[in-house]
Design a protein around this ligand. Structure first.
Ligand SMILES: Nc1ncnc2c1ncn2[C@@H]1O[C@H](COP(=O)(O)OP(=O)(O)OP(=O)(O)O)[C@@H](O)[C@H]1O
Ligand SMILES: [Mg+2]
Length: 220
């Protein structure tokens, strides 16, 4: 796996062309970076993650990967694993196996079985659950499934929006361990979270977003 550098340059965004939701955001995310973003409700955190993930385009400014605009790189989505806030509300497959395989199949990747097995192992999902409906899982299992379904295609960057919300203590500790290993494997992570005690020592870059303006903070 090569070098990975994602860069946001002066990114501004509005949903309706009037009120700016994000103001000239600058950020660099590289291999092994663990980026933590905090901020109050409505500050624009989820919007920022959608821009990082390429789902939304800036009104002005650019998002580049390894120096080139992501909008000219159709492979960009393969490099990203984005777990939306409340991801478990939008499972789309009938079985856990198919849910984990979904993105990899869409990307036309090979070794689907192996990918699913690997992602399930990382996320602690039992083989016995493969034939179940995603909605028959517990809340904690659903969250782990949501993450498994974005790591099966082996992205460089994991983008997580409030992944700790609703998990019990064991679930939080498990997820924390997963993220620690992800970093050790030289991958990058961006997390929006209020659960700071699980993440501040992992994070090497911490940002606060306030009314759409991003500032770097030394500690929280
Ligand atoms: N699809 C949308 N269309 C129009 N406005 C939106 C849309 N999504 C979010 N907004 C607005 O953009 C602003 C930022 O929302 P966003 O969801 O990014 O905030 P957030 O920091 O993630 O909040 P929370 O902590 O509640 O998840 C809010 O004023 C919100 O109402
Ligand atoms: Mg949000």
């Amino acid at each position: 796996m090569g070098i990975f550098q994602l860069e946001l340059q002066d990114v501004s965004f509005s949903y309706d062309n009037s009120k700016l939701i994000l103001h000239e955001i600058n950020m660099v995310i590289e291999s092994q970076d663990f980026v933590l973003i905090t901020g109050q409700n409505g500050a624009g955190k989820s919007t920022l993650l959608r821009l990082i993930s390429g789902i939304l385009k800036p009104k002005s400014g650019t998002v580049k990967i390894n120096g080139r605009s992501i909008y000219r790189q159709k492979d960009y989505f393969k490099m990203i694993g984005f777990v939306m806030q409340y991801a478990e509300d939008s499972f789309c497959c009938d079985t856990v196996f198919d849910e984990i395989a979904f993105a990899s199949r869409n990307f036309g990747l090979d070794r689907i079985e192996e990918r699913v097995q690997n992602a399930a192992r990382i996320m602690g999902i039992d083989q016995e659950a493969f034939s179940k409906s995603p909605y028959d899982l517990s809340n904690g299992e659903m969250r782990r499934l949501a993450i498994a379904s974005v790591i099966a295609h082996d992205p460089f960057l994991l983008v997580l929006d409030e992944p700790f919300v609703g998990l019990d203590k064991a679930g939080k500790q498990f997820l924390r361990k997963v993220l620690e290993n992800w970093k050790k494997n030289n991958r990058a992570t961006v997390v929006v979270s209020h659960q700071l005690k699980y993440l501040t020592d992992l994070a090497n870059k911490i940002f606060n977003l306030q009314s759409g303006r991003l500032s770097k903070v030394d500690s929280v």
